[in-house]
Design a protein around this ligand. Sequence first.
Ligand code: TPP
Ligand code: SF4
Length: 273
Amino acid sequence: MDRIYEKYFRTDRLPHIWCPGCGNGIVLSAFARAMEELGVDQDQTVVVSGIGCSSRATTYVDFNTLHTTHGRALAFATGVKLAEPRLNVFVFMGDGDSTAIGGNHLIHACRRNIDITAIIINNNIYGMTGGQYSPLTPTGKKATTAPYGMIERNFDLCELVKGAGATFVARGTTYHAKQLTDMIVAGAKNKGFSVIEAVSQCPVSFGRRNKMRSPLEMIQWLKENTINVKAAAKLKPEDIKGKILIGELYNTEAPEYTAEYDRLIARVQGGGK
Ligand SMILES: Cc1ncc(C[n+]2csc(CCOP(=O)(O)OP(=O)(O)O)c2C)c(N)n1
Ligand code: SF4
């Protein structure tokens, strides 16, 4: 394990900035294990992020990295992938980064089915800026901008990206770290746009406002309130009401954007219309 950390992390950039008990490190170690399992060439791999605590990931991982602007990670990643389709491209985003300011980029990356793997760390809140609600803050939960509880309905991220056209969709949690690795591996193997929602804990900006004071309590909550999609299929609707479904939720095939683009170039340069 030490070897994996030394191989995939910029140890000279440590210590990291994350609060004790933050889930971001668990997601990052699942990512490192996935890279090892996939045997990726680090020089042929680009990791892009936006802005937020989760987006700090690109400071610490040892690949070609782009730490970009809030909500725009997918725009940068799309440019990279179109310029050099042979590169492996991964994107880290937070729930606010991906579904609020970056929501438009997210749905269009899904629609294009561009061969990028997006890992969205969903801690239910804007962590970095102190706890404003995001489109993934569950209804009723508290945030600095919803001190009496959130009255808006939250997105189901996986349903959103599936509806928008993503071809691989999975949801894991920081409690289920091993499965998270498997999902990242499977997402990377999909030739198209893959989304892995990693439900995570932010004890500082979300937990302490929502009666979960310790990281342990939050992880325990994830353990008790999630159910694997395969197990859920055998249960009655009332047994899964209110539970978060985890596992591989969707996997299909569709034309991939950079391949379509190459075909277009060949057709036009060959004199076709
Ligand atoms: C254009 C722009 N607007 C607002 C901000 C301020 N800002 C920085 S991080 C952030 C929210 C981060 O929340 P999220 O994406 O959920 O990531 P987390 O910090 O929870 O990992 C905001 C609003 C910014 N940096 N740039
Ligand atoms: S504020 Fe929340 S998301 Fe940000 S580092 Fe701290 S625990 Fe993690």
